[in-house]
Design a protein around this ligand. Structure first.
Ligand code: MCN
Ligand code: FES
Ligand code: FES
Length: 905
């Protein structure tokens, strides 16, 4: 133990701690300064940034033995507070800099250090600074952060006033369509919002800390699990194995497709007979401290017999491959697409045909906040589980039978989440904390390390695709043939649905009358497939968007004009035979055209022998909703003080469920003339909120939004008097009129049939992406210098949120195009190793433009936005690389060595 006297945020503090403890942990746990977030824990993300003796440091990597006695420390708590915000915090809110907000305190401190050393930084200075200090953000794409820093510096210099940055409610009182800041903004920028790990510190005394015993092989038979030595380790309360689990010990995928050859009960909570993938949980150590739990976990002995590891779909499909789940073939689901005429004769008589193979790989989600959660039994004996779940009701039913608890006896709550990007569409640790809580009867807490986040949560499922397209001499597309194979890892949940996306989105955006194809889902031993922003569209549309470029080139047509000729217009149908709800693609392409022509000129002028510049475009389409009659329910209640409360499970990844709910309810309740703060939000707790469905498929603004609108209209109906004025709460009660209403909406949509035909989504989002890239000829390194996107996401509820979605998604698409991967389990288990895009990889020059077509089914004309920016911008980057240097990368990511090899080849 050592004792230090520190000056923390202006106050003297004494700490007594282990000398090898990290400064981040001491600040968080000993001093309660939970604005200091631990993301990567290894110096790669900057979320733990603080200032020590005037220097910006990453406190996770500083041991207490290196902290000088008397050190002066500043954390976000010392920069500003909710009732006294610092200009940096005001600017962060004004520019929408905090989406999930997990990186935010680290950025705020980093910005403070930057402006202290350079009061008038340029945009490039800011970018250099955040790159140097490794401040990483997965949500924002960085541009709004640079905007915020410049504005904050201007205020601090006296060139602008705080008032210049503050949002002013328009005279008509309407916040719909404005930059109204999200309600959680203040808590995020001040570091006062408690995420899962912060809440964990604040759990009651006696809360057990959990450590997992995990597989370090990808496929094996378990022969024995020996916990004897581990049980004797200090502080150990219990070691939970499959024998302690009272239910089926399986997480059910709630199998959706009757033609699936599996039964959906393939994912163990704790492995019993077999290990199916690297990282699988075998046992849980419950102990008094994290360190004791981890030390004991290392002593659990698991005897295994190794089995062949099938690390890709082709390997698992080989004739001699054994069944990963005995009794279920490795190829366990097939989805056909058949639209229009047989394609054989169409291709035989077509003037031009093109065909190629494509691969989009195992993109990791890489939220800065690793997975975290806890469980306890409440006073009614209910099992309460708090986690990052973005589908509380869904997950409750997925884990209840495995745990052996009635669904009515489980309560699920979402903690503020530091980004999920879809990985939390699958349960991760919910069943683990549930099992540990049930086995010990005590509150339990589990925080993954970033490495565990990488190794034991789902990933984007790789698609192996072959696509053929035919067109006539004028470039009119005539037919398409597709074949796609989905590597879904060992667990089947939602794999069939993902495979259907190949039928729905290969070739989306184009009027193609005749399509034939087949897709299949394959079990492998690599990471299990979970939802990831775009869900199947980034794979599907990559193939068609690159092939369209190749076809355009083959017939000597400009790729934009080829797209313009074939884009949906009245009379066109989607690959599933649905009439699009709006036809905005031609207008979007018209808006892109002048920018594209300009970009081509700039690229030609800017190319040298060493650096070739090029321009690529692509088109993206995705549906908003779960397939078919997607439903949401919310409650809305008039309170005694005249305020209104909305109860909903609009789950928040960080995208802005708070502002989404508020903006929609405020618009729906406009006749009441409420100020925004008179609408209260109770979100994401199954005890208090009806089931509004998971926050996947960019569905919430449309589907939950319509339910909110419906509920608010019912409330207004109850409050409205004959003369058109509204009853007060008291009048409602006196007249015995209900003050709480249930709003419900079901999308008028139909699921796809066995031919992949149907009208699965009531609303879609559309966009065209323009990438301007530079390729360094000596190394093959690609830099995206500018991105432009013209999008139609319907009428916009909140402009800051929508811009933020777009910037952040585009950044993830650039990562997908150039660096991100989780193929090599060891190499790709750190942020840097997995190709996480830091600020210098993302252009500062990003241009967004919207065409707001009124959506017939969306609330107040809105469609969704969340996934549009990750549908297919990566194809624009890849097409840009070809345009620059003649190299066509068909297997992502386009790492420098791959581009260089092609250049040399
Ligand atoms: N919005 C709007 N106007 C519109 C459409 C949407 O103002 N016309 C706003 C909404 O109010 C909401 C946001 O944009 O604040 C996204 O809305 P929507 O497209 O309906 O998506 P969901 O709310 O259902 O969010 C889910 C979606 C998905 S599926 C993933 S994955 C995702 C995403 O959003 N993961 C994210 N965005 C993310 N953003 C962050 N920061 N972190 C994630 O993990
Ligand atoms: Fe410290 Fe990531 S750099 S937590
Ligand atoms: Fe930066 Fe989410 S806001 S990681």
């Amino acid at each position: 133990m050592i004792k230090l006297n520190l000056m923390v945020n202006g106050a003297p503090k004494q700490v007594i701690c282990e000398s090898d403890e990290s400064l981040a942990n001491v600040l968080r746990e000993n001093l309660g300064l939970t604005s200091v977030k631990v993301g990567c824990g290894t110096g790669q993300c900057g979320s733990c940034s603080i200032i020590v003796d005037g220097k910006l440091i990453r406190s996770c990597s500083m041991k207490m033995s290196r902290v000088a006695d008397g050190a002066v420390i500043t954390t976000t708590e010392g920069i500003g507070t909710p009732d006294q915000l610092h200009p940096i915090q005001v600017a962060w809110i004004a520019h929408g800099g905090a989406q999930c907000g997990f990186c935010t305190p680290g950025f705020i401190v980093s910005t403070k250090a930057l402006i202290d050393s350079n009061p008038n930084p340029t945009r490039e200075d800011v970018r250099d600074w955040f790159q140097k200090y490794r401040n990483a953000c997965r949500c924002t794409g960085y541009k709004q952060l640079v905007d915020a820093v410049l504005d904050a510096a201007a205020v601090m210099r006296g060139d602008k006033s705080i008032d210049d940055l503050s949002f002013k409610i328009p005279e008509d009182g309407r916040i719909w369509g404005t930059n109204y800041p999200r309600p959680t903004g203040v808590a995020k920028v001040t570091g006062t919002l408690d995420y899962g790990a912060d809440l964990g510190i604040k759990m009651p005394q006696g809360t057990l800390k959990l450590a997992l015993v995990q597989a370090e092989v990808s496929h094996a038979k378990i022969l024995s699990i020996d916990t004897a030595e581990a049980e004797k380790m200090p502080g150990v309360e219990k070691i939970v194995t499959y024998k302690d689990i009272k239910g089926k010990n399986r997480i059910t995928g709630l199998i959706t497709f009757p033609t699936n050859k599996g039964d959906g009960w393939d994912r163990p909570i704790l492995c019993d007979e077999k290990v199916f993938q690297y990282g699988d949980a075998i046992a849980i150590v419950c102990a008094d401290t994290d360190k004791n739990a981890q030390a004991a976990a290392a002593k659990v002995k698991v005897e295994m017999e190794r089995l062949p590891e099938y690390m890709s779909a082709p390997a698992a499909m080989a004739d001699d491959a054994i069944e990963i789940h005995p009794g279920t073939p490795n190829v366990y689901f097939e989805q056909r697409i058949a639209k229009g005429e047989e394609t054989g004769p169409v291709f035989d008589s077509a003037a031009h045909v093109i065909e190629d193979d494509f691969y989009v790989g195992r993109q990791p989600h890489m939220p800065i906040e690793p997975d975290v959660g806890f469980a306890y039994l409440d006073d009614e004996g209910k099992l309460c589980i708090h986690s990052k779940s973005i589908g509380l009701h869904l997950h409750l039913y997925m884990i209840a039978p495995g745990l052996g608890v009635d669904p009515e006896n489980i309560v699920m709550v979402q903690n503020p989440a530091g980004g999920t990007f879809g990985y939390k569409f699958s349960p991760t640790m919910e069943a683990l904390v549930g099992a540990a809580c049930l086995a010990t009867g005590k509150p339990v807490f589990l925080n993954y390390t970033w490495k565990q986040q990488q190794q034991y949560t789902g990933k984007r499922s790789p698609f192996f695709m072959n696509v053929r397209m035919a067109c006539d001499n004028d470039g009119k597309m005539l037919g398409m043939e597709t074949d796609w194979t989905v590597d879904h890892g060992p667990y089947s949940e939602f794999g069939d649905l993902l495979t259907l996306r190949g039928a729905q989105f290969i070739g989306a955006g184009y009027d193609i009358a005749n399509i034939r194809g087949m897709g299949r889902t394959v079990a492998t031993n690599h990471a299990w497939g979970s939802a990831f922003r775009g869900y199947g569209s980034p794979q599907s549309e990559f193939a068609s968007e690159v092939l369209v470029d190749m076809l355009a080139e083959k017939i000597g047509m400009d790729p934009l004009e080829f797209r313009y000729k074939n884009a949906y217009r009245k009379g066109s149908t989607t690959p599933t035979g649905q009439d699009p709800e709006v036809y905005s693609l031609p207008a979007i392409l018209d808006a892109v055209r002048p920018k594209y022509e300009e970009a081509k000129k700039k690229a030609a002028a800017g190319s040298t022998a060493e650096i070739k510049r090029g321009v690529g475009i692509s088109l993206g389409v995705y549906g908003c909703g779960l397939d078919g009659p997607d439903t949401a329910e919310i409650d809305v209640e008039l309170n005694e003080d005249g305020t209104v409360t909305v109860y909903a499970t609009w789950h928040d990844h960080g995208q802005g469920a708070d502002i989404g709910t508020l903006g929609t309810a405020h618009e729906a309740l406009r006749p009441l003339g409420l100020a925004p703060e008179q609408i209260r939000l109770v979100l994401n707790d199954t005890r208090t909120c009806p089931n509004a469905g998971p926050a996947g498929g960019s569905r919430s603004q449309v589907v939950v939004g319509r339910a909110i609108k419906a509920g608010c209209e019912l409330l207004l109906g109850g409050m409205r008097k004959a003369d058109g004025s509204f009853r007060s709460y008291k009048e409602m009660v006196d007249e015995n009129i209900a003050v709480r209403y249930n709003g419900k909406w079901t999308a008028p949509a139909t699921e796809c049939d066995e031919n992949g035909q149907g009208s699965p989504f009531a609303s879609y989002m559309y966009g065209v992406f323009l990438a301007e890239v530079a390729v360094e000829m000596a190394t093959g390194k690609t830099t995206v210098e500018k991105m432009t996107c013209v999008a139609d996401v319907g009428k916009i509820n909140n402009k800051l949120a929508v811009d933020g979605q777009m910037y952040g998604g585009l950044a993830q698409a650039i990562g997908l195009a150039l660096t991100e991967d989780y193929e090599d389990i060891q190499k790709h288990s750190t942020m840097k190793g997995a190709g996480f895009p830091y600020i210098k990889q993302i252009p500062d020059d990003i241009v967004l433009e919207y065409i707001e077509s009124d959506r017939p089914e969306g609330p107040f004309g809105a469609s969704g936005v969340g996934e549009l920016p990750l549908t297919c911008p990566h194809a624009a980057v890849i097409n840009g690389i070809y345009n620059a240097c003649g190299v066509r990368i068909k297997k992502l990511p386009a790492l420098p060595e791959k581009v260089l090899a092609e250049l040399k080849g």
